[in-house]
Design a protein around this ligand. Structure first.
Ligand code: GLN
Length: 198
């Protein structure tokens, strides 16, 4: 079994490392592969889209033909986790900034996003989050973080901060405004692996 991390930019190795640790923790075996071009996504049983810069990410995913493959995998029910810029990439609709840069969002989640929701003053910060899926608080690391401003009916809100949705899921697809790969807390990666291994 393969689990893919989109390796166009961002905290790719941190996500791969967190997935490997989480796999060891639960005693499951899978190969964690980096995806830079077409042809690998269809072989993967789970896909992570890391943070980075969403304009570049969207452009390169489309150019490499990986965007279409991700959409196709999502429609087959393959679990997908998008973090930070990944949350933007997964959305159906963006704010004016997204419109202005003509970002080709994947539109897999019925969400509208604010690309830089938390503003420049709070470029980077940590916050204790109450997430629906965990009993204990989760420390979220936010870096020029986006937020979800509108959710469709099929979207389950998992957490909010400052009036913004910062964690949500829609079926097999999950989006987080923060960086779970930077905390050492493997609960998010375990939750994602739960979806893969059932
Ligand atoms: N706000 C950034 C963007 O527009 C995402 C930031 C991140 O992934 N750390 O792409």
């Amino acid at each position: 079994m393969k689990i893919g991390v989109i390796a166009i930019q961002g905290a790719v190795s941190e996500h791969a490392e967190a997935l490997r640790k989480a796999l060891v923790e639960r005693g499951e075996e899978a190969e964690v592969v980096e995806i830079k071009h077409k042809g690998i996504v269809p072989e993967c049983s789970g896909i992570v889209i890391p943070g980075g810069e969403s304009t570049t990410l969207c452009r390169l995913l489309a150019r490499e033909g990986v965007a279409e493959e991700i959409k196709e995998a999502a429609s087959r029910g393959v679990p997908i986790l998008g973090t930070c810029a990944g949350l933007i990439v997964l959305a159906k609709e963006g704010d004016e900034q997204v419109e202005k840069t003509s970002q080709e969002l994947l539109g897999i989640m019925d969400t509208k996003v604010n690309r830089n929701a938390f503003g420049r003053q709070r470029d980077s910060f940590e916050a204790e989050l109450e997430l629906e899926i965990f009993d204990l608080p989760y420390t979220g690391i936010f870096i020029r973080a986006p937020g979800i401003t509108e959710c469709g009916k099929g979207v389950r809100v998992l957490g909010e901060l400052d009036g913004m949705v910062i964690a949500a899921e829609q079926g097999n697809v999950m989006a987080l405004a923060f960086h779970p790969e930077l905390t050492g807390d493997l609960r998010i990666h375990q939750y994602f692996l739960d979806k893969i291994f059932g």
